[in-house]
Unconditional design. Structure first.
Length: 700
């Protein structure tokens, strides 16, 4: 996919905007982007001193960044505390989720706690007195006067190992520090035992310390290591070996979604039969019932939800945008953030992304921080959002580019072919076109050349021949680059019914699958000739000396070159004679007189005609189904036609009956049965199968 595309439905277009400076600062702070956060908070000092100083205090307070400075944190938090009462009420309300008096006091207390720890490390009277004078609000002030067993605890903290904490607890069982020492003991037991970060080290920790509070972390680490391949086999192995792991149900969920990545009733049923111990069988049955449950987007007050085929609202209109369901999930957005819901309306993948695509084969491309990645149906990240471009999954492979060169990956997130190509395309028939240094080539799934880079343009013609060229002339060669037909043609088209268009000296001819000229170049190059002049049903529309006719695969005239224009070859084909358009049958008999200013060949039982620049429609007898009075007519499905007068749209039946009045701002094809209609009140649908209008029905 180049570039990333979002599924577009009328009025469902997804957008991405940037929040305000302060919101961006707190967002950067939340993801530890301290450079950006510090810059934004500093800029906000003049307009919002209380908030800016609070943000800076937070940055200086934290130890995980190069700006950490407890003295600076102390100065800024006190400035924030003094300035906050002066903040206007509307600003307080706007930033309530980020800052209030309680949060300021909490941060100030945390900073004071750090100063108290410093005082403890100094272990001097002056140090504790200075703390009391400068931190009169701190909860540690009463404790500062009593040293008691703090020296012993500090010594244990300096050693910071499980033996030291265990000794302290044994020697001072009633100390006020016992609770903290116990927590540190748990932490150090966990850190020391699992330091190798191997599966064996986590297993050992779980066996040795069954009551340790870090057991959930160890179980999660085991789960992540064992299931890292994100395969069915890995998940099955985890479920078999770790029946008591608290991540077991999560593993079951991932196993389910991986097993039914081709989302169908057959695959869901097969999963239930293969895994009868699956803990969410009721949920599985519900998913099964929703497979064929059709629901459609609707709009209310500028927001979107979903309704069923009766118009009943299934999911309320609470989203800024929605996409039609694909593989049981819909991409939705709120507050410019995107995620996925199921047909029950449950959020199954949190709305945390700046963009996304529909699911394909159990995978979806997502966007975050102007980079794209990929997730599976459980929300597990397959590709971190670090790519400029990702292709579609094809034959279990997709291309991607992070910086400037393309490589290939499998659907598990593993790089299979290194980044070395300046352009790349999806795999098809076990091969993919690539480009290196301006020359095109084909590779297999291991990255080995099938066709070496030797020409600017190449394209498979047959399994044993390729079109090659330099942008001006083209010929045919074998995959070994052995020339079969010299590059003498200005164009070589693809095969259609065993014949391919070639252009030589500005004339059209035809070659067969071996590259042999079966019809020498002799016909005019007409507009859109690759589509109009290819063989269809054994015939091709061509022209000579600006006169149009039809030939067979031997080059013999079926329709003589006596027409000023000709449409698509059909049962009844539109032709232009003496300045007017009519219709001929395959025997070249004029069955509908040439009386129209323009006409298109019959599409089924209907043909579009034009008089005085206005469109109408006729049947095969030449009878007008729709009078010529419309700016445009589009044949939709089942013979229904979308008509418009330039501003408003309506729908006419195959019999010429107006079934949808011309009052809509737009009408488009939604799926194989539905047309989507948009007016000032929102969205509705016309069901061409049931011949009825579908609108949302909500309780008053």
């Amino acid at each position: 996919m180049k570039p990333i595309l979002l599924f577009l439905v009328i009025l469902f277009t997804t957008f991405s905007t940037q929040a305000g400076k302060i919101e961006n600062a707190f967002e950067a702070l939340s993801i530890h982007d301290y450079f950006k956060a510090k810059k934004l908070f500093t800029k906000s000092l003049k307009s919002q001193e209380a908030i800016g100083t609070y943000g800076l205090a937070t940055i200086f307070y934290r130890k995980d960044n190069p700006f950490h400075s407890l003295d600076s944190a102390y100065v800024y938090i006190n400035r924030s505390r003094e300035a906050y009462p002066l903040v206007k009420a509307n600003a307080k309300q706007r930033y309530l989720s980020f800052i209030n008096e309680s949060r300021i006091d909490s941060l100030r207390q945390l900073i004071s706690t750090r100063f108290f720890e410093i005082a403890q490390n100094k272990n001097t009277i002056d140090g504790f007195q200075q703390f009391i004078e400068q931190h009169s609000w701190a909860s540690e002030v009463p404790r500062a006067a009593y040293l008691r067993d703090s020296l012993a605890f500090l010594d244990a903290k300096k050693q910071n190992n499980s033996m030291a904490y265990s000794t302290f607890i044994g020697n001072y069982p009633t100390s006020s520090f016992v609770e903290e020492a116990t927590a540190l003991l748990m932490r150090t037991q966990y850190d020391e035992t699992t330091a190798p970060k191997t599966l064996q080290s986590y297993d050992l920790f779980l066996l040795a310390f069954p009551d340790n509070t870090f057991r959930p972390e160890a179980e999660t680490a085991v789960y992540e290591i064992v299931t890292k391949p994100n395969t069915i086999a890995a998940l099955e192995a985890f479920l078999e070996k770790y029946p008591d792991n608290h991540m077991r149900n999560t593993a079951w969920e991932r196993l389910y979604h991986l097993s039914v990545y081709e989302y169908s009733a057959e695959n869901i049923t097969a999963f239930a039969q293969k895994y009868p111990e699956y803990p969410y069988l009721e949920k599985l049955q519900l998913d099964l019932s929703f497979i064929d449950y059709a629901i459609y987007p609707y709009e209310k007050n500028g927001l979107f939800g979903f309704m069923d085929s009766t118009g009943a609202v299934v999911i309320p209109a609470i989203y800024e945008s929605v996409a039609p369901f694909k593989e049981g999930l819909s991409l939705v957005s709120q507050n410019d953030k995107f995620g996925y819901i199921n047909k029950k309306g449950d959020v199954v993948i949190d709305l945390i992304y700046s963009g996304g695509n529909d699911f394909e084969q159990g995978r979806a491309i997502i966007e975050r921080y102007e980079r794209i990645g990929m997730i599976d149906r459980t929300g597990v990240v397959i590709f971190e959002p670090e790519f400029k471009e990702l292709g579609n999954i094809s034959e279990g492979m997709l291309y991607g580019v992070k910086d400037s060169l393309y490589g290939y990956y499998n659907t598990l997130g593993d790089q299979v072919i290194p980044e070395r190509f300046t352009e790349a395309f999806s795999f098809s028939n076990g091969r993919a076109k690539v480009e290196e240094k301006g020359l095109q080539a084909y590779i297999d799934k291991k990255g080995k050349y099938i066709v070496y880079p030797a020409f600017e343009e190449i394209e498979y013609f047959t399994d044993s021949l390729l079109i090659y060229g330099d942008g001006d002339t083209y010929g045919l060669m074998k995959p070994s680059c052995q020339i079969v037909v010299p590059n003498k043609y200005e164009k070589i088209g693809q095969l259609s019914e065993g014949m391919a268009i070639v252009v030589y000296d500005d004339y059209i001819g035809y070659i067969n699958e071996r590259g042999e000229e079966v019809i020498p170049p002799q016909f005019d190059v007409i507009p859109n000739y690759l589509n109009r002049s290819h063989f269809k049903a054994g015939s091709a529309v061509v022209a000579k000396n600006n006169s149009y006719g039809v030939i067979n695969t031997k080059g013999k005239e079926i329709i003589p070159f006596k027409n000023e224009g000709i449409g698509e070859w059909a049962e009844l084909t539109a032709v232009k004679r003496k300045g007017k358009w009519g219709f001929i049958n395959r025997a070249n008999q004029l069955v509908i007189p040439a009386t129209y200013d323009y006409a298109e060949s019959f599409n089924g039982s209907v043909a579009l005609v034009q008089e005085m620049s206005l469109y109408g429609a006729i049947d095969k007898s030449g009878t007008k189904i729709i009078e010529t009075g419309y700016n445009n007519i589009e044949i939709a499905m089942k013979g229904y036609m979308i008509v418009n007068n330039g501003a408003l749209y309506g729908v006419v039946s195959p019999k010429g009956e107006v079934v949808v009045p011309m009052i809509y701002r737009s009408i488009r094809i939604f799926d194989q049965n539905l047309l989507i209609l948009t007016d000032k009140d929102g969205i509705s649908y016309f069901d061409c199968s049931k011949k009825q209008l579908l609108k949302p029905v909500e309780d008053e």
